[in-house]
Write a protein that binds this ligand. Sequence first.
Ligand code: COA
Length: 271
Amino acid sequence: MTDVADRILTSTANGVMTIRMNRPDKKNALTGDMYSRLSAGLDEANSNDDINAILILGSPGSFSSGNDIADFMQIAMSGERENMSVFGFLERIIQAPKPIVAGVDGLAIGVGTTMLMHCDYVVASDASLFKTPFVDLGLVPEAGSSLIGPEITGYHKAFSLLVMGEGFSAQDAKDAGFVTKISSSQDLEATARQAAEELASKPQQALKLSRDLLRGDRSDVLARMREEAVLFGQRVESEEAKQAFMSFMQKGVKKASYTHPTPKPECFGVI
Ligand code: COA
């Protein structure tokens, strides 16, 4: 089991802050504490003038299995919605002032997929699976994905991903527009790191102006994220959701079918 303090690892080199989700025993399911640490990493990257780009990684075979369902259950039973630090993380990633590259190998479930819609450059291995089973869990889409999802992919692909909960392969995700490049699992981190370092070495003022032009005003995405958050908080406490969480925790849930097709490397590299 990974130590709580080690579940989010950060390191800096060549103008890039790497933020790694590191809870492989739970397929990088994200707890409240992990969201707080992700937020702290983003804050540090944004306030440090030596950092020009952010690289988000997971573990071999698991980018993230989404929000920790035991955490959801705990919130559902206690009613302590204000403790959902996921929303602080999402606000930061939506408004991120510096470019974010993500490297995805394997599972990208729930917020593991929706956070990618706010990244600037996403490299996915050909062994990746993107899936957002919000409705099956009695929930609604989050991270502003109900607005930005249809904008990126078109309505019908967004519906199949965000409402039907269909699994997308790396190629599907690239065709849908939220993956930039596909690599092998072995090359994934090097490819993603290369992109982040390339961004970090560009003329920074020109990069910032250009990125801001492309991303435009994010206030509508932020407003939608907050609207979704109200519904999401209510849904977490609904009977539909409680039953789905219980079913998962009792191992009765119909899971995303996923087998990583390639032997997992021991470790991808730095942190
Ligand atoms: N929350 C809490 N625990 C999770 C988790 C999650 N989101 N995803 C995986 N885990 C845990 C499992 O309970 C299991 O724990 P255990 O070893 O103590 O029994 C461990 O991680 C390994 O997962 P397992 O289900 O055995 O692996 P798998 O390869 O067969 O399936 C998934 C992986 C991700 C497809 C499956 O675990 C799953 O569907 N998880 C739920 C994903 C989800 O709905 N996330 C919320 C989206 S809003």
